[in-house]
Design a protein around this ligand. Structure first.
Ligand code: ATP
Ligand code: MG
Ligand code: FE
Length: 336
């Protein structure tokens, strides 16, 4: 079964053709990141306008690259939340139009479920599993008892991990988004600043990154005021060490408490080299019976391939939408 998948929740317009939820025939990603860089973050209105310009081109490219005709398809999957409402609406409108024109069922997909299903391209997902979702807008531990069931067992109380990377990057004068650059700098420095590890001792699976961010900003401002030179690589290494410590500690703890077969790490921050190495070695050491899966780098950031994988699962369960489908900017999993 071939699914055309559409993703437009933030600043990537992406369209993919996926076979049986597991094989990528095409995955076109048009990033607008350059248009937002001078603002230091995604400007919703600018994002919507770019999606309008790109969406039909991406659909054409995805079909051509996959060598597929609309009549070969069995459904259209689309992200309907969470994300920017205007951006989401462009993808949803395009999906509805395509679905109507070619008489194909419309499959609504949760963007965060999509991030998890990106791991399905590496290895078939097996349940129960735990997912550490780390992205620009989310940081959560999600327990999936079975396919299609998502329970948030812990989440950030303030900033998302990716958001924290981007904010401290801004303080260092780095280009937005700065996660990748901080990751690279971190590998050249050392944890000499010893920032706090928020909530690490607390008996829950929640996170907090705003204190770390403040501590980082204060350190930089104080050094500047005293005319001290900033050890940028050490700052990056110290920041990353704090983020990794809390994410890895709580994730391993959660994996020990729940009867899981796999641990998936997904979302834009899952591209982090330090985090991939740390979590993978901790799982091997502490949880030898658990398989750790993390998507390849290009499937960690926003893309439609992951939406296609999640759409396939929804379609198999008979979850379809009618043309009343609306964007849900704050769509969330169940919290327990
Ligand atoms: P959400 O998925 O929560 O709706 P989003 O779609 O905007 O948010 P993603 O595209 O999944 O977020 O991830 C983008 C984030 O990933 C940015 O904050 C970026 O800085 C971060 N990021 C990318 N690469 C790395 C890296 N190597 N290390 C740390 N962070 C990274
Ligand atoms: Mg993005
Ligand atoms: Fe995302």
């Amino acid at each position: 079964k071939l699914i055309l998948a559409i993703e437009s929740s933030c600043d990537e317009t992406s369209v993919a053709v996926i076979e049986d939820g597991a094989k990528i025939l095409s995955n076109i990603v048009a990033s607008q990141v350059k248009s937002h860089q001078r603002f230091g973050g995604v400007v919703p209105e600018v994002a919507s306008r770019h999606h309008v310009e790109e969406i039909t081109l991406c659909i054409e490219d995805a079909l051509v690259e996959a060598n597929v005709k609309p009549s070969d398809l069995s459904g259209v999957g689309v992200t309907y939340g969470p994300g920017l409402v205007g951006a989401l609406l462009i993808g949803i409108s395009a999906a509805k139009a395509f679905s109507w024109a070619h008489d194909l069922p419309l499959i609504p997909v949760n963007h965060m479920a999509g991030h998890i299903y990106a791991a399905h391209f590496v290895e078939p997902l097996q349940f129960p599993l735990m997912a550490l979702l780390v992205s620009g807008g989310h940081t959560e531990l999600v327990y999936m008892k079975e396919t299609g069931s998502f329970e948030i067992i812990g989440e950030t109380r303030d900033d998302a991990a990716g958001e924290a990377y981007d904010k401290v990057g801004r303080v260092l004068g780095l280009t937005y988004p700065s996660g990748k650059e901080i990751d690279e700098l971190a590998h050249l420095g050392q944890d000499t600043y010893h920032f706090p590890r928020a909530m690490i001792k607390e008996d829950n699976y929640d996170f907090s990154f705003s204190g770390l961010k403040s501590s980082f900003i204060n350190t930089v401002h104080n050094a500047e005021q005293r005319g001290e030179e900033l050890r940028v690589k050490d700052l990056a290494a110290s920041f990353q060490a704090s983020v990794m410590d809390v994410l890895v500690d709580k994730t391993i703890r959660a994996c020990k408490e729940y009867p899981i077969k796999q641990l998936v790490m997904a979302g834009g921050v899952a591209a982090n080299k330090g985090l991939r190495e740390r979590l993978s070695s901790e799982v091997a050491k502490e949880l030898p019976e658990v398989t750790f899966i993390v998507p390849p780098l290009k499937l960690c950031g926003d893309n439609a391939a992951m939406i296609g994988a999640a759409a396939f699962v929804e379609a198999e369960k008979g979850h379809f939408a009618d043309y009343g489908l609306n964007a849900d900017p704050s769509l969330s999993f169940m919290t327990i």
